[in-house]
Design a protein around this ligand. Structure first.
Ligand code: BDR
Ligand code: CA
Length: 308
């Protein structure tokens, strides 16, 4: 079993990633850290706790960054994609649970130090918590087993600007710190995640599964699905960005990777752009191909509790 920390900005596909990870016996979900991004950090924490309540699984949640590493500018949230509450307006009652005391960056440092060489971090929001942890304790870079990041668009256009993907545009300086740190990193960007789309028909299967968590995911996904259907007409579903990062942790053979040095544009019109090059160090593994059918089958069967 891989010990993992999920770092999230819980919107709809983050919620899917949490449920997927929790139902994957290959992974031991030791904690979830939260960040601003799709919504405020307080809302991301609340949404994460709400998803865990449906799962009925006690996982510690530790709140993290409420703003960018250095910009200090007001964060821009993605309520038009994920709904006013970040969960497709499907959150009817606030969760009972609470976050643990402490902050995400310190929690990451503590856990990496506690489990040297054993911990996988799956980061599916802006990279602020991880960047703060590296800046505070640079030694963690050699102690982490692997980091899988959903973010970037190395070979394809962006989704929030013509160049940038949402998680990187949200905090480009943080991404630059993480990509340049020497961490053993795999980048799961739009290059592959826009090939893994969830067809609308799956939502009916989730609804009739009888599982509280799958039903909750189906409810929150309506809004998210509508956003994709209007933004990418004819593509055939909504993006499984964050779930694919979990899929890569479970089974790296789902993707093809290429080693590249990835730099981040931090100024000007192309801010948030991820530029890949075969020259220079440090190199990270960039996913450039995916077996979309196999991933979709794996993901959906884990959500409804069927055989893979
Ligand atoms: C990423 O941005 C967020 O809106 C999603 O949760 C995902 O992590 C996709 O660009
Ligand atoms: Ca996310």
């Amino acid at each position: 079993m891989k010990k993992i920390i999920l770092d999230v900005d819980t919107g709809v596909d983050d919620a899917m990633a949490i449920v997927y990870a929790a139902h994957s016996p290959e992974l031991e979900l030791i904690g979830i850290t939260t960040c601003f991004g799709n919504v405020t950090v307080a809302e991301a924490t609340r949404n994460t706790l709400a998803v865990l309540e449906k799962l009925d699984k006690p996982v510690p949640v530790i709140e993290g960054a409420k703003e960018t590493l250095r910009r200090g500018e007001k964060a821009r949230y993605s309520r038009h994609v994920h709904g006013e509450d970040g969960l497709g307006n499907a959150l009817s009652t606030p969760p009972q649970g609470q976050a643990e005391p402490g902050i995400a960056a310190d929690y990451i440092i503590d856990q990496v130090t506690r489990y040297p060489g054993e911990l996988t971090i799956i980061a599916v929001g802006p990279l602020t918590n991880l960047a703060l942890a590296i800046e505070k304790e640079p030694g963690i870079v050699t102690l982490v087993k692997e980091v899988i990041v959903m973010g970037g668009a190395v070979t394809v256009p962006g989704n929030v600007t013509p160049y940038g993907e949402a998680n990187i545009v949200a905090d480009p300086e943080a991404a630059a710190v993480v990509f340049g740190s020497g961490l053993p990193l795999t980048l799961v960007g739009l290059d592959v995640t826009l090939q893994t789309l969830l067809p609308r028909t799956q939502l009916d299967a989730w609804r009739s599964s009888g599982r509280n968590d799958a039903i909750f995911l189906a409810e929150m996904s309506e809004f998210y699905m509508e956003f994709y259907e209007s933004t990418y007409p004819g593509k055939g579903g909504c993006g499984l960005h964050d779930p694919l990062a979990v899929g890569v942790a479970v089974d790296p053979s789902l993707v093809r990777m290429e080693l590249m040095r990835v730099t981040v544009v931090t100024e000007g019109e192309q801010t948030g752009r991820t530029v890949g090059s075969t020259e220079g160090e440090p190199k990270i593994s960039v996913c450039t191909g995916v077996d979309a059918d196999r991933f979709l089958k794996h993901f959906t069967s884990r959500i409804i509790g069927g055989e893979v």
